[in-house]
Design a binder for this molecule. Structure first.
Ligand code: TUI
Length: 315
């Protein structure tokens, strides 16, 4: 059994968070991961506050275990979602794609543990000062919105920069990855891409099939020109987006408009032409659909095996 202080901090059995994935991680997936002993996370994405409240209440019907809500800070509804999270006294809030400082006082007063995703040591220090309980150091191997640093370089530097616990994310798809980031000083992991193929994940079958078919080199980062780089599977759509980015005759407004609605089209419609199938670089090692419980238990059993075997390196 893997023992970690993050499990105690948030009241879970295994130190594994399910990443908040916009348009994807709903109450159903979050509750399944929490029931399996991890921390399930409902993604608010671009949804309004009352939609998120409905999901929080649904998760409470499905599990009595702790779960979290992820607030996507670029959303126009981030403020009202932040308020709902406080009113509902959600045990844990994670944040992404921006600085959560404007909402932290309210969350802390409501007793919500705040665990922001950070792409650098500077932002890790900033949120620690503002009262974060832990940070998630996410490397650019991850799917979705990415920072500049890889997990391998980012995690140990964040571990050295803050006193609060560090959870590693980005590029972790099995127990080898979990064991590796524990060696870097992390006390837990956040996993997104692997949970895309969880049986309880309600995305369109085309999305799951694409993840299972993906090779190591099949993701691409687009959106750098717009200031929000996003990693997704290579498709005709993401390749076209990429070429428009380097075409100076295309304005930023046109480029933004080209991407509008693409996350929903991938997740809900499985739209091969217009959808953006966000995925991390570990997509290439994901081979089959499994239940959330199988994913959590398999990853944790592999981690234990890796760590028990690690002494072979020491003479
Ligand atoms: O947030 C994510 N991943 C996401 S959010 C998302 S929805 C979206 N859709 C279209 C465009 C952009 C986003 C899809 N995937 N991961 C967590 C994460 N947060 N990665 C990087 C950051 C981050 C970046 C900058 C956190 C803080 C930060 O602060 C600096 C600043 O300037 O705001």
């Amino acid at each position: 059994m893997i023992n970690s202080l993050i499990s105690e901090l948030v009241g879970i059995k295994y130190p594994i968070f399910q990443g908040g994935m916009a348009w994807i991680s709903d109450a159903n997936l979050a509750a399944a991961v929490s029931e399996a002993g991890g921390l399930g996370i409902i993604a608010a994405g671009n949804a309004p506050g009352e939609h998120v409240r409905g999901q929080i209440r649904r998760a409470r019907e499905l599990t009595d275990k702790p779960f979290g809500v992820n607030v996507m800070l670029m959303s126009p509804y981030a403020g009202e979602v932040a308020e709902v999270v406080a009113e509902e006294r959600v045990p844990v809030v994670t944040t992404g794609a921006g600085l959560p400082t404007a909402h932290m006082k309210r969350w802390l007063e409501a007793g919500v543990k705040v665990i922001p995703v950070v792409p650098s040591t500077g932002i890790a220090r900033l949120v620690e000062r503002a009262g974060a309980a832990a940070v998630i150091a996410e490397g650019s191997e991850s799917g979705g919105h990415v920072g500049d640093l890889t997990t391998m370089a980012l995690v140990p530097q964040v571990v050295d920069a803050v006193k609060i616990p560090v959870i590693a994310a980005g590029g972790i798809g099995d127990g080898r990855g979990v064991a590796a980031v524990l060696m870097l000083g992390a006390v837990g992991v956040q996993v997104g891409t692997r949970f895309l193929v969880a049986r309880e994940c309600g995305i369109h079958q085309n999305y799951k099939d694409k993840i299972i078919k993906a090779r190591d080199i099949d993701t691409i980062v687009t959106g750098r020109r717009l200031g929000h780089p996003v990693r997704a599977l290579k498709t005709p759509f993401t390749r076209e987006f990429y070429s428009k980015e380097y075409d100076s005759s295309v304005s930023n407004e046109e480029l933004e408009a080209f991407g509008v609605g693409s996350l929903r089209l991938a997740a809900h419609e499985g739209d091969e032409k217009r959808g953006s199938f966000l995925a991390g670089q570990v997509a290439g090692m994901i081979k089959r659909e499994q239940s959330a419980r199988e994913i959590v238990e398999e990853m944790m059993a592999e981690t234990e095996e890796m760590l028990r075997g690690a002494s072979k390196w020491v003479k």
